[in-house]
Design a protein around this ligand. Structure first.
Ligand code: PLP
Ligand code: SF4
Length: 331
């Protein structure tokens, strides 16, 4: 099969810490720690994301999401390898069924970008992903439980799979009568907007399931004109668009940044959905914003923006039946 443009772009991503430091004119002093941390979780940055990073600025909010740091090698009490309990809820075939009515499919372990704060940095993808067995065990699980109305493709990043693999999956899904919606959780439309090509739109709309997309952006600088164009194409094809953000120290932990993010999302046709407190994964403690500070940020946001621009501040707690809203304690 022909290699699509987005696949070529993805293959050309930066994976070598020295190349990243050189490309961005950063102090070579960052290199030793970057190499060490990249051994725990590899570096990966596509060019479309790289070009939105300011050169020579080690504090750039996009750079902080991708540059491996020495802090990742520190052990912090309370920060563990599986903070959301996915290991416990994983069914054969890569299905995670924690919430009523919707089941999440680990469609692949691959991502177009490696985000340093990711809670899946220690997840055993090779054993757990659904595509390796031609989707069959996952489809069997979904068919057997008629309470499931929505399938969420997640990962890794499901849009890193080829259109052919995705079409095999939706052929199987669309004949399961109780399924209504297909939700895609993906960061590709943000970090590699060329993924949103005609073939992708045809796949998303070429079956009877209602398509929903939840993108993942953390900072307004991620949402350039190419991303806006990708959103326009998705919305034009009838795909409902939402965004989830992780609250990250040094990236978006200010009212000014969150406000600009919500406004930019709305401008490009995307509804702010969730603002997640960081999942406490080992190696990401330096990104943590504690709950009281997060609640205060949300209160200040609520005082400065229309209600429809506010995402819900949530934390994932293993064993809870939904993402738990984080609110100010009652007075
Ligand atoms: C986050 C998540 C969902 C989706 O939850 P919504 O509140 O519907 O967005 C579903 N299943 C799992 C396992 C999840 O982690
Ligand atoms: S794209 Fe999503 S799953 Fe992949 S590394 Fe980033 S946060 Fe994790």
């Amino acid at each position: 099969m022909a290699t699509a443009d987005w696949q070529r772009e993805w293959q050309a991503s930066i994976t070598d810490p020295a190349a990243l430091i050189r490309a961005l004119d950063l102090d070579p002093g960052w290199l030793t720690a970057a190499r060490e941390a990249a051994e725990l979780f590899p570096l990966r940055v596509p060019a479309a994301f790289l070009k939105r990073i300011r050169r020579g600025d080690p504090n750039d909010p996009l750079l902080r999401q991708v540059l491996p740091l020495g802090a990742e090698t520190e052990q912090t009490p309370g920060f563990v390898t599986d903070p959301v309990g996915d290991g416990q809820s994983l069914h054969p075939g890569g299905v995670i069924h924690k919430y009523h009515g919707r089941a999440l499919l680990i469609a692949t372990g691959a991502c177009a970008i490696n985000c340093r704060y990711c809670f899946r940095r220690h997840f055993p993808y090779a054993e757990a992903n659904a595509s390796t067995a031609q989707w069959q065990p996952a489809l069997d699980y979904l068919r057997a439980d008629s309470s499931i109305e929505e399938v969420i493709l997640s990962g890794g990043d499901p849009l890193s799979l080829s259109d052919r693999r995705l079409a095999q999956l939706t052929e199987g899904l669309s004949v399961i009568p109780h399924l209504k919606r297909l939700r895609v959780h993906s960061r590709l439309p943000v970090v590699l907007p060329s993924r949103v090509d005609t073939a992708l739109l045809e796949w998303l709309t070429g079956h009877r399931l209602q398509p929903v997309m939840v993108i993942h952006a953390n900072h307004p600088n991620e949402l350039d004109a190419e991303v806006a164009e990708a959103m326009r194409r998705l919305a034009g094809a009838g795909v409902r668009l939402f965004n989830q953000t992780v609250l990250l120290r040094g990236v978006n932990d200010s009212v000014k940044t969150l406000k600009a993010l919500n406004e930019r999302l709305f401008e490009i046709g995307v509804q702010p959905y969730y603002l997640h407190l960081l999942d406490r994964v080992q190696g990401a403690a330096h990104f943590d914003v504690e709950e009281p500070e997060a609640v205060e940020l949300m209160q200040r946001l609520a005082s400065s923006q229309p209600g429809y621009l506010l995402p819900r501040l949530v934390r994932e707690i293993a064993g809870e039946p939904y993402k738990v809203p984080v609110e100010a304690a009652a007075k």
